[in-house]
Design a protein around this ligand. Structure first.
Ligand SMILES: O=C1NC(=O)[C@@H](c2ccccc2)S1
Ligand SMILES: [Zn+2]
Length: 262
């Protein structure tokens, strides 16, 4: 069965529950981060998040049909501390973004405000054998979310974007034969973050993600935001530019979002 474009076929994200009932579950993502209701947790400040990336961990970039994805063997790239009770290994990063001249694009929002794009750095819990074994476990994944905001150019991310023209269609993949340290994509201050228990933001929407949302956005240029949309995807009306590949926020339900800062 030709899986159409999950964002554009049928009613999009609001219909995902028909095939994936968990879409209406108790720990779904993304959510709005209402900064009046977040709770500072001194334990997060006492046991700082340790984010380790290396120069040699990014192997290839692929057009997944819903985003670009830079895939890693995780060598020397591990996440621990903060809200995490285990060591998580880096697997891949990708992003979600909006349409030209629109203010939407990010998946998480802050006090109801969207950013133009949101980067996700996906890690899996090394207590499991591999990503596939971890992906549907309640403590299986940890994803660092970094908001993009329009500002000065980010040359590092530009090196990844230079590869977009080589992956014009779903399934297209090229090797990354230069050193790229994903740490370049962390905001200047990565001490301040919000964390909560949530899910994958695309089907199958497994409730397996400990979210770590950086408070400080990363600046990229307005042209770089536009270049995201030069990636291509299939739509019900044929191949076109990729944008609006984001799930809007869903109810927080019975969860409190903790902050690592006061
Ligand atoms: O952070 C997320 N963004 C996505 O597109 C979801 C996903 C789905 C499958 C694998 C990795 C990530 S979860
Ligand atoms: Zn994502």
């Amino acid at each position: 069965k030709k899986r159409g474009n999950i964002y554009l076929s049928g009613a999009g994200p609001s219909a995902w529950h028909e095939e994936y009932p968990v879409a209406k579950g108790k720990r779904q993502s993304p959510v709005d981060i209402n900064t009046n209701k977040t709770k500072f947790d001194p334990k997060l400040a006492a046991d700082p998040l340790t984010i380790r990336f290396s120069d040699s961990c990014c192997q290839s970039i692929v057009n997944t049909g819903i985003s670009f994805q830079v895939t890693s063997n995780g060598a020397g790239c591990e996440l621990s501390g903060g809200p995490l009770d285990s060591t998580y290994q880096f697997a891949q990063f990708h992003a979600h973004w909006g349409a030209y001249l629109k203010t939407t694009g990010s998946e998480h929002t802050v006090d109801g405000v969207s950013y133009p794009a949101e980067l996700h750095l996906v890690h899996w819990n090394t207590k499991y054998d591999d990503f596939k074994d971890a992906v549907d476990k309640p403590d299986g994944l940890a994803v660092i979310a970094v908001f993009f905001k329009r500002g000065k150019e980010h040359p590092g991310f530009g090196k990844i974007q230079d590869l977009f023209s080589k992956i014009p269609a779903k399934g297209a993949k090229v090797n990354i034969d230069f050193e790229f340290n994903p740490g370049l994509l962390m905001p200047p201050d990565s001490e301040n973050y919000w964390t909560y228990l949530g899910s994958l933001t695309t089907p199958p929407l497994y409730e397996s993600v400990t979210w770590i949302v950086m408070k400080e956005p990363l600046e990229v240029s307005v042209e770089q935001i536009a270049i995201l949309r030069t990636l291509l995807w299939e739509t019900p009306n044929g191949v076109s530019q990729m944008y609006n590949n984001f799930r809007p926020p869903v109810p927080l339900r019975d969860r409190v979002i903790r902050a690592s800062f006061g």
